[in-house]
Design a protein around this ligand. Sequence first.
Ligand code: GRF
Length: 187
Amino acid sequence: MVKKRACVFISGKGTNLNTLIKRSRDNSFPIKVELIISNKKNAKGLMYAKKFAIPFLIINTSKKNYDLKALNEITKRNISVICLAGYMKILPKNFIRSFKKPIINIHPSLLPKFKGINTYKRIIENKEKMTGCTVHLVNENLDSGKIILKKSFKIEPYDNEKTLKIKTQKVEYKSYPEALIKLLGKY
Ligand code: GRF
């Protein structure tokens, strides 16, 4: 079986990216990361592009047609799945429409609860009992595409934004690979 060629979009640390790269060394994992796109030239996650010799592209989202540049690179490299992993920009509708294959995102809440940014803060303020993460398909509305997988855990009375983030990300590292297997199959 041929693995799907994946492009991962990042803006920050790239710890989910690192997990996906590591998992894709496994022959039975359905994707191989062939391109990394960052909207921040100093994103820490770009170190994984260098470490694992994966091509990368920095995009400037304040420039007109920046998405066409990204799409060109994606087409050139035969990418058939896009994974957003901590990409902090909204993809233009045209980009989503033009890329006719799956675009997947991971969000640090149990969607449809707490769409958007400042998730941990709002979860704590709202005194939620449970939280977790959601892996979902991307459509033209923010954090609203079809849900592939959710994983939850209990929030303890002593949890704060910092501990929630640590716990949620731990769950994310299991969830993203599992969701990709669920969506794309295992070889
Ligand atoms: C993740 O927790 C994800 O849920 C959110 O952004 C964070 C990215 O972290 N969308 P990292 O860059 O993968 O370390």
